[in-house]
Design a protein around this ligand. Structure first.
Ligand code: PEP
Length: 250
């Protein structure tokens, strides 16, 4: 039985003060949550978030990291720095990184390998654009992003990878995929993991859905057989919208 894994991607929101206050409220409200929970504040607030989450089961995540361990890479943040702050997981290949900052699959794959080599967990994001969906290319796009993102990853290390299916047309738009639509793509991703690894790896793979998840649609999405959790953007910015998703019960 796969666990449910709910993650909050705060994107470029929340000052240090705001982070402390939201993290403290979440720590209290989610104290008895039976699902795996991760929050990913911005880099500047990771240190205070780590302190606020001390003694809780909420994992601290980062939203990105460099593909290099250290060196002359102005403006980048390395895996060593993240680990030093108590970060346990990192979101990689988010569509905003792919589209706005031009990140390609091989570059994302280097980050995935580096994060895993340093013991972090990874949330690898995949998903098609509206144009690709309209052209019926969604299955091919997510299969290819999954294969390239996981290239060179052992089946043992795969246990620390979560895949987040995030259709680009559903992110921040208020338009979520229906439970059935999302479940069908999750099944495609699971089949790809089976092809690349094994039935056991496919059965164990946690696949989150991301794209306008909110308390109102969480149940429809999270009760689908292939949907094992959610990567939440906008609704992760307030306890009153994130907590009900995280506390979802059948
Ligand atoms: C995201 O950025 O990962 C996301 C899913 O955003 P939203 O929930 O706001 O659509």
């Amino acid at each position: 039985m796969r666990i449910k894994y709910i993650a909050g991607n705060w994107k470029m929101h929340k000052t240090v003060t705001e982070t402390v206050s939201l993290a403290r409220v979440l720590a209290g409200e989610l104290a008895s949550c039976k699902h795996k929970i991760m929050i990913a504040p911005p880099f500047t607030a990771l240190a205070v978030a780590a302190k606020a989450l001390e003694g809780t089961s909420i994992l601290l995540g980062a939203q990105n990291m460099s593909d290099q361990e250290q060196g002359a890479h102005t403006g980048e943040v390395s895996v060593l720095m993240l680990k030093d702050l108590g970060v346990k997981a990192v979101i990689l290949g988010h569509s905003e990184r792919r589209i706005i900052y031009g990140e390609k699959d091989d570059f994302i794959n280097r980050k995935v390998k580096l994060a895993l080599a340093h013991g972090l967990e990874v949330v690898l994001c995949v998903g098609e654009t509206l144009q690709e969906r309209e052209a019926g290319k969604q299955d091919g796009v997510v299969s290819s992003q999954t294969e390239k993102g996981l290239s060179g990853i052992s089946e043992k290390d795969l246990l620390r990878v979560t895949i987040a299916y995030e259709p680009v047309w559903a992110i921040g738009t208020g338009k979520n995929a229906t439970g059935q639509d999302a479940d069908a793509i999750h099944a495609v991703i699971r089949a790809q993991v089976k092809k690349l690894y094994s039935q056991a790896a496919a059965d164990a793979m946690i696949i989150q859905y991301g794209g306008s998840v909110k308390p109102e649609n969480a149940k429809e999405l999270l009760t689908m057989p292939n949907i094992d959790g959610a990567l939440v953007g906008g609704a992760a910015l307030k306890a009153e919208t994130f907590a009900p998703i995280a506390l979802f019960d059948k």
